[in-house]
Design a protein around this ligand. Structure first.
Ligand code: IMP
Ligand code: MG
Length: 178
């Protein structure tokens, strides 16, 4: 028995995620015809979505990672964002597509966008698998959204509950300690 042994309920199935991921990749493909883009994955949560999303994408692209920290192991946003791993790619003059797992308060993305802009990309767009629109604290919109979800804590498919459950093949809603 572990303290991470919690109750959860499936919110978005593996099949729904796969179908929507294909649709998002197709929409991106239509918008970037003939381009060579840079996918910037915001670790850790987005790594699972990135892996599936980039394999559905036919647009030529490079993959790079940035890591931010904001949650500090709680289920409520602290509002403090730090870059804990920097980009490696040179994005000067390139089209950047940020790959996110979820937009909650928007504070992380807002910070990341402002940071990336300092490197003079040709453009910055955002694709996010999940969007908790009601939880927004700053005005920021993704260009491509997989699913709008209510302001509930979710886990799985890259998203963690205290670093656990990232391996679930679906998105589940946290239902409290078992
Ligand atoms: P924001 O800065 O409040 O928009 O939070 C963004 C980050 O918080 C995401 O990239 C996730 O890593 C994390 N996060 C937000 N909501 C959830 C959730 O419901 N479950 C797990 N992680 C979350
Ligand atoms: Mg996280």
């Amino acid at each position: 028995m572990s303290k991470y042994d919690i109750a959860w309920q499936v919110m978005i199935s593996e099949e729904e995620i796969q179908k929507r991921t294909r649709e998002l990749a197709q929409a991106v493909d239509r918008d970037y015809v003939g381009q060579d883009i840079v996918l910037v994955c915001n670790l850790k949560g987005a790594f699972v979505f990135l892996a599936d999303f980039c394999r559905e994408l036919t647009t030529l692209h490079e993959v790079d990672f940035i890591a931010t920290s904001s949650y500090k192991g709680t289920t409520a946003s602290s509002g403090v964002v730090r870059i804990v791993k920097d980009l490696k790619a040179d994005i000067d003059g390139r089209h950047v597509l940020i790959v996110e797992d979820i937009i909650d308060s928007g504070l992380t993305l807002d910070y990341v966008c402002r940071y990336l802009r300092l490197h003079n990309p040709a453009s910055i767009r955002i694709v996010t698998l999940l969007d908790k629109k009601e939880a927004r604290k700053v005005e920021i919109e993704a260009d491509y959204v997989g699913f709008e979800i209510p302001d509930k804590f979710v886990l799985g498919y890259g998203l963690d509950f205290f670093e656990h459950y990232r391996n679930l093949k679906f998105i589940a809603e946290y239902k409290g300690p078992e």
